[in-house]
Design a binder for this molecule. Structure first.
Ligand code: GDP
Ligand code: GDP
Length: 440
């Protein structure tokens, strides 16, 4: 499971600037998707082989006029409690403030691995300005400049270094995926019907569940086999296995949802038909997309809504989840066991799509056919010239197109190409990334 870093500190010290630095590499993946709702408090990043989750507690700022510890928003406390390591951000230019002491007291009591950071330290050659921060009794102070990107890499190294993380096992980019179980996470808001669905599944005769305790940090999975296909069900936010059944025993946790999504190949996003598509649903959907995981959408409790509600729902899926157009959509009733069979088909299809192998000759043929059908527009003096395409990765699949002046290819044209590739390889349920590589 990915380690979780929480950023804390009083307002204006530069937490969100640092957050953007720490999560930048991953943002590029979703830049193309219009209409994506994102909660800017949670993000993902990578340094070298290590991936991590970052929480910016900035938006949860308590009323500064009251004591920070008492008033520290519940969410901030939850975020810090769920973090593996805390980065406490200070302002090297403003120096120590009263609130810093209160936060320090809180963190000391918590006893979590903590890194003290003095931000805005660009141009401060000697460490003399930082000496007062040692008063906080939290040890070493690391000078960084979030705005200029200075010291950020070593900060991440230091923070992750406190955790004794195991060497990450690289996903073999083009390994034999057929033999591996499909790791499945069922995500959704509390009460969407996740435990009902899972328990319905686990009670089915065609499904053989094995008992196997979880190994890695807190992650519990239930392996099972269905019609010869191996699966691993991942414990999701608020869902824990109790004996033979799953129960929703915890309150919703974004971090656990994120970790479950990260650990999955396919995420089944369950939406409560009686509630419509809520902000929280859209956020979870955004995380799934950001993670590059395959996704299958299931609208549950279809039995409990009338025709009017059904129409409204279909419309809100269209508008609020427009960035998940590639995801298969099912209307089900977990309780009445309706519509469950086709879900399996979509889950398997979505997994295949994510790990699909796309040979260069086929990709190039599809590209050239698309070009014949419609050439990209000339922009100024330039007309983009695409020559060939190859697969740059999977999970999610990446298609790299080579040619000249490709920076002038419009988003509309990329979407047109995406449609062509999706059709050829039957890429259902997986995000697809198209990258342009211009040779000059
Ligand atoms: P937050 O309230 O803690 O999230 O702080 P922000 O990230 O919004 O930053 C507050 C202000 O500090 C903004 O005007 C930033 O541009 C500025 N800032 C952030 N990082 C740096 C830095 O490394 N150096 C300088 N000089 N200013 C910074
Ligand atoms: P979880 O919090 O996502 O695990 O949700 P639960 O599985 O505990 O379900 C929440 C409530 O919705 C329970 O009262 C279930 O009986 C009910 N429920 C679950 N699935 C359905 C369904 O398909 N139709 C209807 N009408 N109710 C359902």
């Amino acid at each position: 499971m990915k380690p979780v870093i929480a950023l804390v500190g009083r307002p204006n010290v530069g937490k969100s600037t640092l957050f953007n630095r720490l999560t930048k590499s991953r943002d590029a993946i979703v830049a193309d998707f219009a209409g994506l709702t994102r909660d800017r408090h949670y993000g993902q990043g990578r340094q070298g082989k290590h991936e991590y989750i970052v929480i910016d507690t900035g938006g949860f700022e308590p009323d500064a006029s009251k004591g920070i510890f008492k008033e520290m928003a519940r969410q901030t406390q939850q975020a810090v409690a769920e973090a593996d390591v805390v980065i406490f951000v200070l302002d090297a230019r403003a120096g120590l403030a009263g609130q810093d002491h209160e936060i320090a007291n809180y963190l000391r009591r918590l006893g979590k691995p903590t890194v003290l950071v003095a931000n805005k330290a660009e141009g401060m050659k000697d460490g003399s300005q930082l000496s007062e921060f040692y008063e906080l009794g939290l040890g070493e102070v690391v000078p960084v400049s979030a705005a200029h990107g200075q010291g950020v890499r070593s900060l991440v190294d230091l923070a992750l270094g406190l955790l004794n993380l195991p060497e990450p096992v690289e996903d073999e980019a083009f390994g034999d995926e057929d033999q591996k179980p499909v790791r499945l996470a069922v995500a959704g808001r509390p009460n969407a019907g996740k435990s009902t669905l899972i328990n319905t599944w686990l009670g089915e005769e065609r499904l053989v569940a094995f008992d196997m305790p979880g190994t890695t940090r807190d992650a519990i999975t239930v392996p099972f086999e269905r019609n010869g296909q191996k699966f691993e069900l991942i414990d999701t936010a608020g869902l824990r296995r109790k004996g033979k059944v799953f129960e929703a025993i915890e309150k919703f946790s974004v971090v656990k949802t994120l970790q479950a999504i990260e650990g999955a190949n396919v995420v089944l996003l369950l939406i409560d038909a009686t509630q419509g598509v809520t902000d929280q649903d859209a956020h979870i959907a955004g995380y799934i997309l950001e993670s590059g995981r395959s996704v299958v959408l299931a609208i549950n409790k279809w039995d409990a809504v009338d025709d009017y509600q059904r129409q409204m729902l279909e419309r809100s899926i269209e508008t609020r989840l427009s960035f998940l157009k590639f995801a298969p959509l099912h209307f089900i009733s977990a309780q009445k066991r309706q519509g469950l069979e086709p879900l399996w088909k979509s889950i398997i299809q979505a997994h295949r799509a994510a790990t699909c192998k796309m040979p260069t000759p086929v990709l190039t043929r599809v590209l050239l056919e698309a070009l014949q059908f419609q050439t990209p527009k000339k922009v100024g003096a330039y007309r983009p010239k695409m020559r060939y395409a190859h697969q740059g990765g999977m999970n999610p699949p990446i298609i790299v197109i080579h040619g000249n002046s490709l920076e002038h290819v419009t988003d509309a044209y990329k979407r047109f190409l995406e449609g062509r590739f999706r059709k050829e390889f039957n890429l259902v349920g997986t995000p697809l990334r198209i990258e342009m590589k211009t040779s000059h």
